[in-house]
Design a protein. Structure first.
Lengths: 1031, 457
């Protein structure tokens, strides 16, 4: 295999330059130099991109605003300058062979700041040339001025059509969905590309040791402080050239690069509070007696009071999570410090960064547990006292070298060291949320509650276990991760550019769980001691090679031809060692009496070839046609190759003569694109397989076999086709920028986990088939405006909106030509004509017929049939970002408010508690409103139950981010011996406005397509103070 | 200039074409080669050894549907009076209350596991027939597993359940059948097992006795009591086909769910809500066949269950790795006793029962002491009650109580109200009326299945 790989790479390396060298002669070339400054201030502008149109030549200005373009062919050219925050400018220049020409630029500031160059699969490209919308997040400025703690925060409510549910515990990952749910059975996660290579971003966390649902995220390993910008490529219309796996969008990360000039140091320190201000459920108790036994105390449910079988004597309630004695909620903290240095010459530039981060989540041993452990002489370990924490170090070195006028090279390297831990939480009998919410509603002995646990510990209102035992289960994850990439840009002749990206993302991960002997919750064999040590190596290698030839056959026509290949090789290896029944003091699996080992391998490889042709007509009409073809190791044996075409148009209509010249309208651009992309099947989905088992027969452990996957030789990737059309316009003296987009995305050959009815007796419960079709369509809009711009008061406002409609078009037909029936789950169904993951429920009705203020079982009626109850994903999302600049921009106050609505969220927590515990509000609170009583009756007490009342209509607003930035006065900066800086006070997740009766509309664990609200944390609030200094 | 560019573009096109040719299938096949060691290819298992390994896999499935999983032995006992839920999970609570929802996840697993046992047995039969046809008792054992799973399905679930097949790798969905039809299918499979295990060696004998006892049981289910007695007559009382366990090869789930997880507690005839009508006092009777620790009311010495509110009662029969009889000679004698009962020979029935009590009997990990003889029932109706109570103690948590209560309705003319637990349910509400399990909602993915034909016993 190695020889084949070598042959392929050599053929690529030789073939592409050969295209260039095929030129019989080269025109004589010369140099263009100049300086770029800001028109008003005369300040030198760094990082201005200077481009020779119609060629592959470009450069970037240094710290003095100077640039040099070498190898410019003799003749007349147009030079374009682009920089964020300034209006693009073009100038003609005529150069004579062998001579140097000077050309300076003075750029006008743009009123509304927009990113003008974006990164595409074929290289950097002007935004106006693209037929699709691309959302850009300017990270470098945002991390200094906003409460950004991890990568998920960078995306939350930042781009229309990008829905993020942030992780709700320290170290937990965010769930990201772009333009709806496209896949029924495969991941709907976007892919991530960092500095040109694929980055591991799997949300399923294979091999992670479960704590109940919350899982760490590899995406959050990436340090936001090292990122320059993020571009969100939203769907197949734009992501075609990223190939199989890109149908759910691509998140392109560009890290910071060095800037020519003196070394500029940037240091920062941040300190803050992490607090959990969510309202967790109160447990209620109605104490009473049966009519026949007045001296025997018992609990009463409201229904029993209603039917007279229980008579109320008293009521009580307890909220474990707000009582100082019992609550495990205690503010945590966050500390981060880092230093970055950037500089170099025009030939070699560097960016070096180091960052230390420590976050302790808002959970701790409560007072009662400290008391308990002290009383039995058990020393409290830090891990028990603070069971949720994260320690991270990130080091990055990026070097860019202009080896010669035709060759640029860059190397990016990032090493991350991470250690984090999570407590037992979520959907888990050992979960502290579980044990804190299913208790009796009082602290001492009472009906059905002794108040003393099986270890003799006072429970004080907790159910079976208290944090003293629960937090003794230590679950940690250690990560050593290296991301390295190298990019080579070679411009052998002026109109040809070749680029090679090679990179690796390697993660060594160690997941560990320990229950020492005679510790942890007294459940099952926990206290006999157990250790589990899972060691995983995850590695992704990317190799890209492409060449672009620029060609201007006419003055009005520019052509750009690109061809390339991509190879992505993903490999995951894992060993899992477990040992249980540990002797006292033992801490490793090897010490266990009962050993158990496991291993796992995941392999997935993709090879793609693509070609793209772009035409620019009069620099205002841009047409693109492209195709990519992929082969993938996960395709079925009867399916070899997939083709993805793409077409795009971008037309700056306002530059056309026929376009009406309106005073208020600056620029109007129409854009449209069509493209296809895919999502690859799981690595082993196509193969029929057996699995090995161990059983015991006649007191001997013996190995056996049984069938596992059924396999599917016809398996091919999902094919998503997307059409989008929209426009961008600048209005009112460029004070208002408005973008609107309509998209329509259809996933065909949708890979569907067709449920196999149990009577077939298969080990797998489903088979993955290319059956269905799913459509997402919707609108996205973005208004960015500078409402007021005075010296001492400026006001900018950005509003983004998106609306999504989703429909499962068909589930297809099976091999026998029969229509595949709907996929039926208990509350979620996949039914053609309805949205994916739609809620299907038995409806119920109620009335307090006897007006006694109580809902009796007889007063609730539940339908026998199931009906569609609504979407389970938000349809409408709105984001408002306001910024006020005061005192000549010395002080800035900004706030981000976001909104989601148009869906029903399963309040699984309340549903669970009111169905399975004794003290939920809806069944045991005498003040519970009738509608809450009714939904509990329908969910618990009637013969055929329904959770419909717990699928709540969602419509909520959140004050997501608020920050106050003070730019240091020069004298203050001097006192700190710095050249400048700022102080930022920032707050995150300040307040949510909602009628939702659960913990929070964004309470969630895991990253599945349907939100998991069961016994999980709500989002914490952050309050941080950050000092940024430059030297 | 233009001609140069044209040439370059032609060269680029040629280069691309050359590249495409170069990147031929052999190269890309190598690039995309991803052999996963986790996968066992069926083609690598086409031999006698693998056929035997598939047989072992099917036997493991049999263990899963008996004492090795939360299956009919446990959930059936919860639906009746053998077990009570000391859990917070609604799936177990609603089963205990006899109002099982069609979305019940635990029942869904039980249902799926029973069919998995069928399918594994069929896969093993296919492989054994092809690669290792002798000894034929191996095939007989697979027919026994197949029949046992089918019998348990019909004893546990509603009428109208389908039997589908995926043993060749292709799913072929079956049509709904009555439980009597499924009993007939199981009977045929037990007959096949008997035919194939006629050899005299110990393994064949074990298979033969297992099939005989199970045949007797299914004949009882089919109301053919005399035939049942004939079928089991050659099985010695000491015979046991046991499920065995080990720390590394799987735990006894009766222990795991009761003693370890405390989610299940031994049933009794009363609890904090008072008397449970029709329920046998398994815990408070202190019968040596159901040794237990704990009380249903007051302060239980075993403490509280997992829900921290239900009095916990530990069954002392089974430890973590203790063996559990799947079928036994005791079962054979009880079948013979019931045949006598059905023939109105109450005295004969009593003699059979007392004969069992008169000698120590093995229940797997424990042996019973000699017990005093049972008094003669006053009439046939009392004889019926006596027999089923006595059988309940002998077969505690071995998957026989649910079909016995069903047969009391179906074959002995009693009503659901007279045989199943009734009254106030200790976790709220009343005991409802389920006498079997519904086919769970995911069976709706079988286009031939719409709903249970009926939920009657």
């Amino acid at each position: 295999m190695a020889s084949h790989v070598r042959r392929l790479l050599w053929s690529l390396l030789v073939a592409l330059p050969a295209v260039a060298l095929g030129s019989a002669a080269q025109a004589q070339q010369t140099t263009v130099t100049g300086r770029v400054t800001a028109r008003e201030s005369g300040e030198a502008l760094t990082d201005v991109r200077v481009i020779v149109l119609g060629t592959s030549l470009f450069t970037v200005t240094n710290a003095e605003g100077r640039y040099t373009l070498r190898g410019v062919p003799a003749g007349t050219h147009t030079i374009r300058t682009i920089r964020v925050g300034f209006v693009e400018q073009k100038k003609p220049v005529t150069v004579v062979a062998g001579q140097s020409v000077a050309l300076d630029f003075m750029l006008d500031p743009a009123v509304v700041v927009l990113q003008q160059v974006v990164t595409t699969a074929t290289g950097a490209q002007r935004r106006v040339e693209l037929g699709n919308a691309v959302a850009t997040v300017e990270v470098a400025s945002k991390v200094e001025s906003a409460p950004v703690k991890n990568f998920g925060d960078l995306l939350t409510a930042k781009a229309a059509g990008v829905q993020v549910i942030p992780g709700t515990m320290t170290g937990a990952g965010a769930r990201v969905r772009i333009r709806g749910t496209s896949s029924l059975s495969l991941t709907n996660d976007p892919i991530y590309v960092i500095d040109g290579v694929r980055m591991m971003s799997q949300s399923n966390c294979n091999g992670c040791i479960g704590v109940g649902g919350t899982i760490p995220s590899r995406v959050n390993d990436i340090n936001p402080d090292e990122i320059e910008s993020i571009e969100v490529v939203k769907g197949p219309s734009a992501a075609t050239l990223y190939g199989t796996d890109a149908a759910n969008g691509v998140i392109v990360i560009n890290t910071k690069k060095g800037r020519a000039g003196r070394a500029v140091w940037s240091v920062f320190g941040e300190r803050g509070i992490v607090d959990d201000n969510n309202d967790y459920p109160t447990v209620y108790a109605i104490l009473g007696h049966a009519p026949a036994t007045p001296t025997t105390a018992r609990r009463c449910f409201l229904t029993q009071i209603a039917d007279g079988s229980c008579i109320k004597d008293s009521t009580t309630s307890l909220n474990i999570f707000s009582d100082p004695e019992t609550s495990p909620i205690k503010a945590g903290w966050r500390t981060q410090a880092g230093a970055q240095v950037s500089g170099g010459s025009d030939a070699i530039r560097y960016f070096i960064s180091g960052d230390l981060e420590n976050e302790v989540g808002p959970f701790a041993l409560p007072e009662m547990s400290v008391r308990r452990l002290d009383s039995i002489g058990t020393k409290i370990r830090d891990e028990w006292d603070r069971p949720n924490a994260l320690d991270k170090q990130s080091y990055r070195g990026n070097i860019n070298a202009a080896v010669n006028p035709k060759l640029d090279m860059s190397v990016q390297s990032n090493f991350i060291k991470l250690r984090q831990r999570l407590p037992q939480v979520d959907n888990n009998v050992n979960s502290f949320f579980y044990n804190g919410t299913v208790g009796p509603g009082f602290k001492t002995a009472g009906p059905g509650y002794t108040g003393i646990g099986t270890l003799g510990q006072p429970l004080r209102g907790w159910a079976g276990f208290t944090p003293a035992e629960i937090f003794q289960t230590e679950t940690s994850q250690d990560v050593h991760r290296f991301l390295g990439s190298s990019n080579i840009d070679w411009r052998p002749i002026s109109f040809l550019q070749t680029r090679a990206d090679v990179g690796v993302d390697f993660t060594g991960r160690n997941d560990f769980r320990l229950c020492r002997f005679a510790q942890c919750a007294d459940f099952g064999t926990n206290r006999l001691g157990a250790a589990r040590d899972v060691r995983s190596n995850l590695r992704s290698i990317t190799a890209n090679l492409h060449a672009t030839a620029n060609f201007s056959p006419r003055a009005w026509l520019g052509l750009k031809t690109t061809g390339g290949v991509q190879y992505v090789d993903y490999n995951e290896n894992r060993n899992d060692a477990q040992g249980s029944q540990l002797p006292p003091g033992a801490q490793t699996p090897a010490d266990g009496t009962i050993p158990l080992v496991g291993s796992e391998t995941v392999l997935q490889k993709t090879f793609g070839i693509f070609a793209e042709e772009q035409a620019a007509l009069n620099d205002r009409l841009f047409l693109t046609a492209a195709v990519r073809t992929d082969q993938n190791s996960a395709f079925g044996t009867n399916f070899q190759r997939v083709f993805y075409p793409k077409f795009a148009l971008s037309w700056i209509m306002s530059d056309e003569g026929f376009f009406p010249k309106l005073g208020w309208l600056g620029e109007f651009r129409l854009r449209s694109s069509y493209g296809e992309s895919g999502v690859q099947p799981g690595p082993n989905d196509a193969a029929r397989s057996l699995e090995a088992i161990v059983t015991n027969i006649g007191n001997l452990d013996v190995g056996g076999l049984r069938s596992n996957r059924l396999g599917n030789a016809e398996l091919r990737p999902e094919n998503s086709k997307e059409f989008e059309v929209g426009f961008d316009t600048r209005m009112f003296g460029d004070r208002v920028n408005f973008e609107a987009t309509y998209y329509r995305k259809t996933s065909e050959d949708a890979l569907i986990n067709q449920t196999i009815a149990p009577s077939a007796g298969t080990q797998v419960t489903n088979i993955r088939r290319n059956l269905g079709a799913i459509r997402n369509s919707g609108y996205e809009g973005l208004v960015t405006t500078q409402i007021l711009s005075k010296r001492n008061l400026a006001w900018d406002l950005s509003i983004s909106a998106s609306h999504n409609s989703n429909k499962l078009l068909t589930l297809g037909v099976d091999a026998a030509g029969r229509t595949v029936p709907p996929i039926i789950g208990a509350t979620i169904r996949q039914v053609p004509g309805y949205p994916v993951n739609g809620a299907w429920l038995r409806k119920y009705s109620w009335s307090d017929a006897n007006k006694d203020g109580l809902i009796a079982v007889s007063e609730v009626k539940v339908d026998t049939g199931f009906t569609f109850a609504g979407y389970t994903q938000p349809r409408l999302e709105l984001t408002f970002t306001n910024g006020l600049d005061l005192l000549n921009h010395r002080i800035r106050l900004q706030a981000l408010i976001d909104h989601k609505s148009g869906y029903r969220l399963s309040n699984t927590e309340q549903s669970f508690l009111c169905q399975q515990s004794v003290g939920c509000n809806d069944i045991s609170n005498p003040n519970a409103p009738l509608w809450r009583q009714a939904r509990a009756v329908a969910n618990r007490f009637v013969p055929v139950v329904t959770p419909e009342g717990y699928f709540e209509d969602m419509n909520w607003w959140r004050i997501r981010e608020v920050s106050l930035i003070y730019q240091l006065h020069s004298r203050v900066a001097e006192l700190l011996r710095s050249s400048g800086g700022n102080i930022t006070f920032a707050a995150r997740n300040l307040k949510v406005f909602t009628d939702y009766t659960g913990v929070d509309p964004e309470a969630n664990y895991g990253q599945s397509d349907t939100q998991n609200t069961l016994l999980t944390a709500g989002p914490p609030s952050y309050f941080t103070l950050r000092l940024n200094l430059r030297y | 200039m233009l001609s140069i560019l044209h040439r370059i573009r032609r060269a680029a096109a040629l280069g691309a074409a050359a590249f495409s040719l170069g990147a031929c299938d052999s190269i890309t096949d190598s690039l995309l080669d991803a052999p996963d060691p986790d996968i066992i290819n069926p083609a690598d298992a086409a031999n006698a050894e693998s056929a035997d390994a598939l047989r072992v896999g099917a036997v493991a499935r049999l263990r899963n549907i008996t004492a090795g999983g939360e299956g009919a032995w446990m959930l059936g006992g919860l639906l009746t009076d053998e077990w009570k839920s000391s859990d917070t999970f609604s799936q177990r609570n609603e089963t205990d209350q006899r109002r099982v929802q069609e979305s019940n996840g635990n029942v869904q697993t039980m249902y799926r596991e029973l069919h998995r046992a069928r399918n594994s047995a069929r896969e093993a039969l296919n492989a054994l027939t092809k690669y290792k046809p002798t000894p034929t008792a191996n095939l007989g054992q697979m027919y026994f597993v197949l029949g046992f799973a089918e019998m348990t399905l019909a004893e546990s679930f509603c009428n109208g359940q389908p039997l589908s097949d995926a043993s060749t790798g292709e799913v072929i969905y079956g049509n709904p059948r009555t439980n009597q039809e499924i009993f007939a299918i199981a009977l045929a499979h037990f007959d096949s097992a008997l035919t194939l295990s006629s050899a005299a060696d110990a393994f064949a004998t074990s298979v033969r006795h297992s099939a005989a006892v199970s045949k007797g049981r299914v004949l009882i289910d089919m109301n053919r009591h005399a035939d049942a007695a004939t079928a089991v007559s050659g099985v010695p009382t000491t015979f046991m086909n046991i499920a065995t366990f080990s720390l590394t090869g799987g735990n006894n789930q009766i222990w795991a769910l009761n003693a370890s997880a405390k989610r299940w507690t031994v049933g009794d005839s009363f609890d904090v809500s008072g008397l449970i009508r029709n329920a046998i006092p398994f815990a408070s009777s202190k019968d040596p066949r159901v040794p237990s620790t704990g009380t249903a009311t007051g302060t239980s010495p075993a403490g509280r269950g997992f829900d921290n509110s239900t009095n916990f009662i530990i069954l002392n029969t089974f430890g973590r790795t203790d063996p559990t009889p799947i079928v036994s000679g005791l079962d054979a004698r009880l079948i013979e006793a019931e045949a006598l009962l059905k023939a109105n020979d109450d005295a004969g029935m009593l003699a059979k029962l007392n004969a069992l009590r008169a000698a120590p009997q093995s229940l797997g990990p424990i042996s019973t002491p000699v017990m005093t003889s049972l008094p003669a029932p006053a009439n046939h109706d009392q004889a019926i009650t006596l027999f089923f109570r006595e059988k309940a103690f002998w077969t505690f948590s071995r998957g026989q109580r649910l079909p016995d209560l069903q047969r009391l309705i179906r074959q002995y003319g009693r009503t659901e109200d007279q045989v199943f637990p009734k009254g106030t349910f200790f976790k709220g509400g009343q005991y409802e009326s389920d006498v079997n399990f519904p086919v769970t909602i995911d069976e709706l993915n079988n286009p031939n299945f719409k709903a249970c034909a009926n939920r009657s016993a």
